[in-house]
Design a protein around this ligand. Structure first.
Ligand SMILES: Cc1cc2nc3c(=O)[nH]c(=O)nc-3n(C[C@H](O)[C@H](O)[C@H](O)COP(=O)(O)O)c2cc1C
Length: 188
């Protein structure tokens, strides 16, 4: 069974992380979760969901400061990592190999082991430092997928927007969720 690591950091966008976990649960995959301290705060503030409630929706959880967790080693085989939302602080840490918590360490493991790493960076506007960090990681093969909504599928609700974004994130790791409204061409 595939093992997918999901990390949630303290950028705004916790509802998208929840939607992603909901969609991931549709597939036959193991979900391994790490949440930063500010990720936990924003989850409660933006979704009214506490950390324990989120833990119940996944297969394994790791404390942010547990540098001894199995996902911090390349010898523990996983199939990729998604950081959603990804703060500019965590982005900077990954770009510089500054692995001071379990999220940046695990992302560093993805890079050294050549495993899929998908970042959903959230900030606006983006400074030159942010853009430079994003560009650099892109040259290493990291998928940079900012949570920009699409309108060609005529979303009516926030949930429609979140569903589409979550499905597009999962497309990047080869999991194609059936709820995605996929473009079929203008005239087909
Ligand atoms: C309500 C709230 C919203 C925030 N939104 C963002 C954001 O969109 N992008 C960002 O880079 N940081 C944002 N921050 C700041 C981060 O939480 C902060 O930089 C934190 O140190 C990130 O640490 P982490 O990556 O370990 O979670 C926000 C903070 C709060 C309290």
């Amino acid at each position: 069974m595939k093992k997918i690591i999901v990390a949630i950091t303290g950028a705004t966008g916790a509802p998208l992380a929840l939607k992603l976990i909901e969609q991931l649960n549709f597939f036959d995959v193991e979900i391994h979760l790490v949440v930063s301290t500010w990720g936990e705060t924003n989850l409660l503030q933006e979704c009214g969901v506490n950390y324990q409630q989120l833990c119940d929706k996944v297969d394994a959880v790791y404390p942010i400061d547990d540098m001894g967790a199995r996902i911090s080693s390349g010898s523990f085989i996983t199939d990729g990592m998604i950081i959603v939302p990804c703060s500019m602080k965590t982005l900077a840490a990954i770009r510089n190999g500054y692995t001071d918590n379990l999220i940046s360490r695990t992302a560093d493991v993805m890079l050294k082991e050549n495993r899929p790493l998908v970042l959903v960076p959230r900030e606006t506007p983006l400074s030159t430092i942010h853009l430079d960090n994003l560009l650099y990681l892109s040259t290493l093969g990291v998928v940079i997928l900012p949570p920009m909504p699409a309108f060609y599928n005529n979303p009516l609700t926030i949930d429609d927007i979140l569903s589409h974004l979550a499905a597009r994130i999962l497309d990047q790791i080869g999991l194609h969720h059936p709820s995605a409204k996929r473009w079929q061409g203008l005239n087909e």
